[in-house]
Design a protein around this ligand. Structure first.
Ligand code: GLU
Length: 500
């Protein structure tokens, strides 16, 4: 058998997600167990949502966890480039081949037509998807449209009947009817590929033998398998891993659980404990031992031990495990060293010093002023939010709107955060002092503290989000009905500020 090659293929469109680390871990173990290679490929075909910062953060987060790849954009390798944005020519060449061989076609349908089509399909309760309109164009019509530079995409042809059988390492064959599969766009009107095309072409050219990825991709498998067939390539072995879940069994989401690896780093979890915990997601050691190192996991790895029941990512269990690492694994010397590494990160200290320097007379004044930068959730209760003009519902509303607003920031800069908060206070008609009161409580645990805007900038999105959420919970949480109303009000506010 040829060398086993697995990959993790994150899209750099946000914070490094624990789900990415989970999938990376299983790919790494599988590759190592077979003395194979583990590859990191950046899937940045979505030019609008992708960013270099997110790519860097993902690479840093995976390295922090010890999930080290053999080939990747930073390391190179024989199958590069490992960033899809640098492979456009390869995709263009492959899509031309599909068109030439009659497996894909030009589609000139306008947005309006497609919207109309979707509407009608919904009314008729038919499956949504492209209706094949442009398949009927003659060679002449296509040439004419191309000559006129009419915007177009390239779609793949899909058989009109029969089923696709998807073989998966973890489940019985899955049968999906072709009628349910859309004529997927392979190349967008800007000439860039979609995920499906780029993913298949790259997995083949990078000689990936096993595709281990999240279950959410299983419905895409027929399109991918068909593309392999069109190209005349052997498809890799597929393995769809169960998705991580919130305690209520819904798909793990940052609304309910911190999902960013950066959050766990900042909260003071050990990377080896988090990695161990991710290894327990749907998998167990043969002896059911709960504490195991990455080496142990690789040594005893067997993908068939993955169980499909959705694994719950439970932070309490993670706390328990992390505590055991701190107490049972680290010697006092190691503890000292690991703690000081975590607490005295130069970047963090350099950001905090300008905020506290003017306010201290002795070093002993630092801890009381700055402890909230190093803590988890502040110790607050309902009384902490008592205020002369702001009701608790006002506070909750303010915090919820801020939580939504900061998710939309393109960059995490102090001035940008300030401007956003000012605008929000203004559109809500609050005095800035009053508006910032619940923010102080949520972020610093007290209304007497360093500038809350500076503090938010230093704490970062992950920790800020977590503290806002924590405060909202302390204020009684948001019921479904309240959420609906708040969402309505929020979208009106955003709309209004876009117009002004
Ligand atoms: N870019 C995809 C993602 O971010 C990769 C999915 C796959 O592994 O095929 O999930």
């Amino acid at each position: 058998m040829s060398e086993v090659r697995t990959r993790i293929a994150p899209s750099p469109t946000g914070d490094p997600h624990v789900g990415t680390a989970y999938i990376a871990l299983f790919n790494l173990c599988f590759a190592r167990q077979h003395n194979g290679k583990f590859i990191l490929r950046i899937e940045d075909t979505d030019q609008v949502r992708s960013s270099k910062k997110s790519e860097d953060d993902i690479l840093k987060a995976l390295s922090w966890l010890g999930l080290i790849w053999d080939e990747g954009p930073d390391k190179g390798g024989d199958f590069g480039p490992y960033r899809q944005s640098e492979r456009s020519d390869i995709y263009a060449e492959h899509v031309r081949r599909l068109v030439k061989e009659g497996h894909a076609f030009h589609c000139f349908c306008s947005e309006e037509r497609l919207t109309e089509l979707r509407k009608q399909q919904m009314i008729d309760k038919k499956p949504l998807g492209y209706d094949g309109h442009c398949l009927l164009l003659s060679e002449g019509e296509i040439a004419e449209n191309l000559n006129k530079n009419i915007p177009h995409v390239i779609r793949m042809k899909i058989p009109s009947e029969g089923c696709c059988i998807v073989k998966d390492m973890l489940r019985d064959d899955v049968s999906i009817e072709w009628q349910q599969v859309d004529m997927q766009v392979l190349m967008k009107s800007d000439g860039l590929p979609t995920y499906h095309l780029a993913n298949v072409v790259d997995d083949h050219l990078m000689q990936i033998t096993h595709v281990i990825r999240g279950e959410e991709w299983i419905n895409s498998a027929p399109k991918h398998l068909l593309l392999y067939q069109y190209f005349g390539w052997e498809a890799p072995v597929l393995c769809h891993m169960p998705l991580l879940r919130n305690a209520d069994k819904s798909k793990l989401s940052k609304r309910k659980n911190p999902t960013s690896i950066g959050y766990y780093q900042r909260m003071g979890y050990l990377p080896e404990a988090l990695c161990n915990y991710l290894g327990m997601m749907g998998w167990s050691m043969p002896d059911e031992q709960e504490m195991f190192s990455l080496e142990d996991m690789i040594k005893h790895f067997d993908i068939n031990r993955v169980s499909l029941g959705g694994p719950v990512f439970d932070t309490e269990k993670l706390d328990w495990l992390n505590g055991r690492y701190l107490r049972e694994i680290l010697s006092d010397d190691e503890f000292t060293q690991r703690f000081s590494q975590w607490a005295f990160q130069p970047e963090m200290l350099q950001a905090i010093v300008p905020l506290i320097k003017q306010r201290v007379e002795r070093f002993t004044d630092i801890a009381p002023l700055a402890s909230f930068f190093f803590s988890g959730m502040p110790t607050i209760d309902l009384q902490s939010f008592e205020h002369k003009t702001l009701s608790q519902d006002d506070s909750k509303r303010v915090l919820q709107f801020i939580a939504w607003r900061i998710e939309e920031l393109e960059a995490w800069h102090r001035d940008r955060i300030e401007q956003t908060l000012m605008q929000l206070a203004d559109s809500l008609g609050f005095k800035i002092r009053d508006f910032l009161f619940p923010v102080f409580i949520a972020i610093a645990g007290s209304s007497v503290s360093t500038s809350v805007i500076d503090s938010i900038a230093v704490l970062g999105l992950d920790m800020t989000r977590a503290r806002l959420r924590h405060a909202i919970e302390i204020l009684g949480g948001v019921s479904k009905k309240q959420l609906k109303n708040l969402e309505k009000e929020y979208s009106a506010l955003v709309h209004q500020s876009e117009q002004s």
